[in-house]
Design a protein around this ligand. Structure first.
Ligand code: ISL
Length: 570
């Protein structure tokens, strides 16, 4: 359809700059380092680069705590460096999307410095300030205004001695939540967004955007959270998909995007969003967002204690979740498609086999994801089949979420250090943050200095240089998948139909557009599987396989080798 936006046929590559490429030897990736690698991105064939934050920041949450939205942190370079990177990418036909983190700022942002300076400061109401719980002594444990627990462990309220009140921070205490009820806050955010668009960027990824509207009582009071696992209450039901979310997003759309929409890629990160919310957020007629990141498929292997309590994936649940989102957004709205980002473990270690069948399982997983309907996101290193860190000591970990989880768990004392370390090995965000493995040299070509986080020793065999030379590599398979989306309308627009929903080992589905049909069959196991697809594949043409000798099946009965994936036209 002519009115379909360009990004429905695009593939996005996420760069986490801190771990991508260091250019000045300080062990931290930076923007001039990105300039050294733009040809890698051009060869891969991606259409967009989304940068995790490079703004001024104390780096408490690696840049998701912003102290100046309109400047680049010296760690990463300068605004001039960023302009040069944008130009280099644009010259290669690659668009640039910036990370918009406006649910909260850094506590070192001038807005918050002013807000906390006195109880009657004009910016006091730019954040969430509340007195101690009635009848309690301010500053005493348990006196927090509500019982909410932070994503990063501990309470979500920090006591400020100077004014004797608490401020809200759903994440770290250095990330105070902005008060979106205040129109001055919203205006300041929209002004900043227009400033970035006027500098020539092509869209935004909006950090936890569905948390900006909090449910409050008539006088702004905030209720206690439902008591969930752990020592604090769950603020999710009060902060997720709040009552004014759509109002704020439509206001933002008209204040910032009108006259530009359709050209911009606007994707919201929406923890806890349901399909119903997804429809409201991405229906083009509603002037809100283009697409969202759902988390539903990323929680299927979480035990009761969450991301550090990983259990085996039941493939039937993954198939059911993915196909519900395919169906849910089929008629209006659009899916994003992702396995990885800077917050998630590496998919080949999580749903595949990062040992004997690393190449096969990584290419199988890429095939399944990229043949769905939606916009695929490739996280840096995913195109190389990079694995989890497999750190063997707590000292190797850097992520505030992981470190605070361990500290809180140790005070509770319900898990041994071995269990805690296993939880980090399975679920820590640091699994995605080890430096990109460019070659087999000592620090994988990432830095000439000491990296801020250890380079995975398996870079000697898993690296971009080796894979560019191997036509069967994960890199070249991702390159072929991206080319397929560019070349085949059925991959971009075709309707999705799941096959064999109850099969616990094989993920199979069709994509149809007019009289064109692709059939995808993928084995999620390390042993051969034979299934009856119920479709006569006699005479089918192999479009793509992940074994050098993959062949089109001769009939409905398909035998798949360990981790084998085939795409056939039938
Ligand atoms: O994935 C998560 C749920 O366990 C959290 O790790 C993650 O913090 C959450 O999804 C929100 O993520 C975004 O906002 C955070 C930042 O730490 C993440 O890196 C960012 O992606 C606060 O800005």
């Amino acid at each position: 359809p002519a009115t379909t936006p360009w990004w429905t046929g695009a593939v996005v590559y996420q760069i986490y700059p801190r771990s991508f490429q260091d250019s000045d030897g300080n062990g931290i990736g930076d923007l001039r380092g990105v300039l050294q690698r733009v040809d890698h991105l051009a060869e891969l064939g991606v259409d967009v680069v989304w940068f995790s934050p490079v703004y001024r920041s104390p780096q408490d949450d690696n840049g998701y705590d912003i102290s100046d939205y309109q400047d680049v942190d010296p760690l990463f370079g300068t605004l001039a460096d960023l302009d040069e990177v944008v130009q280099a990418l644009h010259e290669r036909g690659i668009k640039v999307v910036m990370d918009l983190v406006v649910n909260h700022t850094s506590d070192e942002h001038p807005w918050f410095v002013e807000s906390r300076s006195s109880a009657d400061n004009p910016k006091r109401d730019w954040y969430w300030w509340r007195p101690a719980r009635a009848g309690m002594q301010a500053g005493e444990p348990g006196a927090e205004p509500t019982n909410w627990g932070s994503f990063f462990s501990g309470p979500t309220w920090a006591f400020d001695e100077a004014t004797g009140e608490y401020y809200l921070h759903l994440f770290s205490r250095k990330q105070p939540d902005l008060n979106w009820e205040n129109p001055e806050v919203r205006k300041a955010v929209y002004d900043m967004m227009r400033w970035w668009l006027d500098r020539g960027i092509d869209g935004f990824r909006m950090d936890v955007i569905n948390l900006i509207s909090k449910r409050t009582g008539p006088d702004g009071e905030l209720a206690d959270g439902l008591v969930s696992v752990g020592p604090y209450g769950d603020a999710g039901p009060i902060t997720t998909n709040g009552p004014r979310l759509h109002e704020f997003l439509q206001e933002m759309h008209h204040a910032v995007f009108d006259g530009r929409d359709g050209e911009l890629l606007l994707v919201g990160e929406t923890p806890g969003a349901t399909i119903e919310e997804g429809k409201l957020l991405t229906d083009p007629a509603r002037d809100e967002l283009g697409m969202i990141f759902t988390f539903e498929h990323m929680g299927l292997d979480h035990g009761p204690a969450g991301r550090f309590d990983i259990k085996p994936l039941d493939l039937r649940e993954l198939k059911a979740t993915m196909s519900r989102w395919q169906a849910g957004l089929q008629d209006a709205g659009w899916n994003s498609l992702y396995w990885e980002n800077h917050d998630q473990p590496r998919i080949v270690s999580r749903f595949g086999d990062d040992g004997e069948f690393r190449r096969e399982s990584a290419t199988m997983l890429g095939t399944v994801l990229h043949l769905h309907r939606g916009t695929p996101y490739v996280y840096q290193g995913e195109e190389l089949g990079m694995t989890n860190a497999h750190f063997t000591s707590f000292e190797s970990y850097r992520d505030i979420e992981s470190l605070r989880y361990v500290a809180q768990a140790r005070t509770i004392g319900h898990l041994s250090d071995d269990q805690l370390l296993k939880g980090l090995q399975d679920g820590s965000r640091d699994n995605a943050r080890t430096p990109v493995q460019w070659d087999a040299s000592p620090q994988a070509g990432f830095t000439t200095g000491t990296p801020w986080i250890a380079v995975n020793p398996n870079h000697r065999s898993i690296n971009a240089e080796a894979q560019r030379a191997d036509p069967e590599s994960v890199f070249h398979h991702y390159r072929r998948l991206i080319a397929l989306r560019h070349d085949e309308a059925v991959v971009r627009f075709g309707d999705f139909t799941l096959l064999l929903p109850e099969d616990p080992d094989v993920y199979a589905f069709t994509r149809t557009l007019g009289d064109e049909r692709l059939v995808v069959a993928a084995n999620f196991r390390g042993e051969s599987r034979t299934v009856d697809l119920g479709i006569d594949l006699h005479g089918a043409e192999l479009v793509l396989g992940n074994y050098a000798d993959s062949a089109a099946p001769e009939s409905a009965i398909v035998t798949l080798r360990p981790w084998e994936a085939v795409v056939v036209r039938a």
